[in-house]
Design a protein around this ligand. Sequence first.
Ligand SMILES: [Zn+2]
Length: 243
Amino acid sequence: MSGWQRLPTELKLEVLSHYLHFSSDSVPVQKRLHDLAIPYMLSTKNHEFVTLSLEAYYKTNTFAMHIAELKTSNMISHPPAAYGHFIQHLEITVENCGIGRTLEDLLLTPRLGWRYLLTPTRWLNPHMNTFPQKITSYTGIDTEWQSYFPNLKHLKITVLVRDMMQEPWEIRCAGCDLPEQGVRKLGEFLEDTEMGITATRVEVEVKAMLVMPKGTEFKAVECKWGCLGRLKGQIEEMALRKK
Ligand SMILES: [Zn+2]
C-alpha cells in the first residue's frame, strides 16, 4: 500500500480540500469554473480518489447560483442536487423580485424571482393575481431546490427588487427610485411567507434593480435612504437556522 492509501479518510479529505479550494467568500465558483473542475477530478480512474475529491470540492468551495436572470432563459441554475448535502457555502442572486399588488402577484407570476425563494404560509387565491401573465394555481415546485442544500453554514442572498407596475403617479424613494408604497407592501406580503433554505450564518443584501430601456441590462442600486431595510431583516430572519 502506498502512503496515501494508508491515510485515514478525514486526512485525505483535508489534503484534497487544500488542492480543490478554488473560491473565496467574495469569489464563488461560477458555472464556468465548475464545468472545468469536474472533468479534471473525474480524469483519475481511482474510484476512491474521485469520490473523496468530489466530497472535498463541494464541502470546501463557495458556490454561486442564480435565479430569474434577466439575461438568460434559465429560471434557476444551482450546483448539482446530488452533491447538495456536501455544500456548506452558497451565494444566491435573485433577480426580478417584482413589486406587486398582492402576494399572489409575487408568487403566481411567471419569471419573478420571489416564486423561487418564498413559500406562502397561507392559501393563495388565483383570482388575486392582478398581473396579465399568470399561472392558475400554486404547486410549490419552484422552491423544491431549497431542500437539496440542508447543511449550509454560510448563505448569502442578494435580492434585486424591481418595479413591475411602473405607475407614474406613485411616490418614489429618493434613495433608490422604487415606489415607496410598493416597497412597504412587499414587507407586508413577506409576513405571510417562509423560506426552506437556511444556514447558521446568513448575509442578505436587498437592492433596487433598475432596468435600462433596452430591457436586458440593469443597475443594482443600494438605497441610500434605507427603504429596503425591513425586507433585508425579514429575509435574514427567515434564512437563519433556528437551533
Ligand atoms: Zn429606497
